[in-house]
Write a protein that binds this ligand. Structure first.
Ligand code: NDP
Length: 467
């Protein structure tokens, strides 16, 4: 009976949704024309992202993070195929029962913390179907408990070595992939069979695009177990600092001290991660949570891409000892913390202006805002505002400038000998430039003439007078 009722509601919701979406405009929320080119690019991302993670793993594990070395080995061999096969047999990460248990225990532990630790309740942005969802915000506590346990278990109780993550890196990569793929397909089928919010699903008409970008907007178990917030934050971002610490511990075992470059890298990453958790409520209103659907991009991305590639610099520093001079150290720290200051201030301005409904000062003057309205697919009209003074009057995405500076500083801790540790800044630049385009399309669809007015007042996308 309950199931029947649910089905009836779903069909009704979808019919209503289709009708209203047609009135509201196609670009905001769910409807999207997916071109053949987009499908091809999506296929490329699905195929090449796992290969790239594998390639970086092999480069670091077998070739001290020299990016071209594995490719050159195959290229220079008389028989390329035989050389490739030999290399893969030798270097491929392997299934390890211990590392698999470790990974899934970690996942379960994070899920228990997420579900049961005391939490403030935060709210996301209104979804295209009109939902305003509650989220459990307890990431900072989860981060503190996880790190305290990791340190106590390693330094005091002797349950594990602090280098445990580094020591099981290949097996963990294997296990994380198992989970990342399982989660992707699970969410794909969940979207069809038991979606959490049927009217917020996005069907593009392309299997490949849907698999990559996701169908469900906010898949959940129960009222609070939100897949997006959990997977991005907990196995992904809590792990980030712990992986770095583990590689620092491995460096200590290897050379008898921890280099100042490794320490600076750990501090920069920890600043970014702790900021994320300290401001977790703010994160609920960023693009990841407020606009992205949950597919391979986030499911596999949070399980594999983020923990493996965002920590690439510590893998590099373990294999390549970099002792920074005091001037280099100070310069990199200055770039990183200037970036952080910009990043936090810009994001804070938006949050404050929205939470006070524009009744606040920005840079000492009353905030200039455009008061907007938009319509959700349930036909209701809502109000919002766009800030167009302060940082948000300089360019439409000045927060990305801050992020790019921090990212650059993180890479610079590795010196200039190799390209691989600079992957992060290259990736972030591509990601954020693409995001600007995506956000532009979405906001245009959502706000229409109000967005055009904002573009007129603030013409630059990223860097004033340049782009
Ligand atoms: P923003 O926080 O800038 O959010 C963009 C959204 O804000 C828009 O979709 C719109 O949503 C709203 N908005 C746009 N213009 C205005 C305005 N003038 N006034 C008020 N609201 C506005 O983008 P992101 O979510 O991409 O980034 C958040 C932070 O996270 C950034 O600092 C970014 O650098 C960082 N980041 C880090 C990544 C990493 O992997 N390390 C990846 C991506 C981002 P609406 O109106 O619907 O609310």
């Amino acid at each position: 009976m309950a199931v029947q009722q649910r089905k009836t509601t779903t069909v009704h919701e979808i019919k209503t949704e289709k009708k209203v979406v047609a009135q509201v405009g196609k670009t905001w929320g769910r409807d999207r024309d997916v071109s053949f080119g987009t499908i091809l690019v999506s296929l490329g991302i699905l195929v090449f992202s796992p290969l790239w993670v594998l390639y970086t793993y092999i480069s670091c594990n077998g070739y001290n993070c020299a990016m071209s070395a594995p490719a050159l080995e195959v290229y220079n061999a008389p028989d390329h195929l035989v050389a490739l096969k030999t290399l893969l047999i030798r270097e491929m990460p392997r299934y390890s029962p211990y590392a698999t248990r470790l990974f899934f225990s970690w996942l379960l532990f994070q899920a228990v913390l997420y579900a049961f630790l005391p939490a403030a309740i935060g709210y996301g942005q209104r979804t295209p179907a009109g939902h305003l969802l509650p989220y459990k915000v307890n990431g900072l506590l989860a981060w503190i408990i996880s790190h305290a346990l990791y340190a106590a278990g390693g330094l005091y109780f002797g349950w594990w070595k602090l280098s445990i993550i580094h020591d099981n890196w290949g097996g963990l990569l294997f296990a994380a992939n198992l989970y990342g793929y399982f989660l992707t397909f699970f969410c794909f089928f969940k979207a069809y069979v038991f979606p959490s919010h049927p009217a917020d699903r996005k069907f593009s008409g392309s299997f490949i695009y849907d698999l990559l970008m996701g169908i469900e907007f906010n898949p959940r178990f129960g009222k609070y177990f939100d897949f997006k917030l959990f997977h991005n934050g907990r196995p992904g971002i809590v792990a980030w600092t712990m992986i770095n610490l583990s590689f620092a511990a491995a460096q200590y075992q290897k050379i008898g001290y921890v280099t100042n470059s490794m320490i600076l890298l750990n501090v920069l990453h920890a600043t970014y991660v702790l900021d994320f958790f300290y401001n977790e409520d703010w994160y609920l209103r960023t693009i990841d949570i407020a606009h992205d659907h949950f597919g391979f991009y986030l499911a596999w991305g949070d399980s594999v891409w983020l923990p493996w590639l965002y920590t690439l610099q510590s893998h590099y520093l373990l294999r390549n000892t970099v002792d920074l001079t005091p001037i280099q150290f100070a310069f990199i720290a200055a770039v990183g913390f200037t970036g952080y200051f910009i990043f936090r201030s810009v994001n804070h301005q938006k949050d404050i202006v929205r939470s006070t409904n524009g009744e606040c000062k920005v840079w000492g003057k009353p905030a200039k805002v455009i008061r907007t309205s938009f319509v959700t697919s349930d036909g209701k009209t809502h109000k919002s505002l766009l800030l167009c003074s302060g940082y948000w009057g300089l360019s439409r995405h000045f927060n990305y400038v801050g992020d790019l500076l921090i990212s650059l500083a993180m890479c610079m801790t590795c010196g200039v000998q190799h390209l691989l540790p600079y992957f992060y800044i290259i990736y972030m630049t591509i990601l954020l430039l693409h995001r600007i385009q995506r956000d532009h399309t979405r906001c245009r669809g959502k706000y229409g003439k109000y967005w055009e007015e904002y573009e007129r007042i603030v013409p630059y996308k990223l860097i004033p007078y340049i782009y």
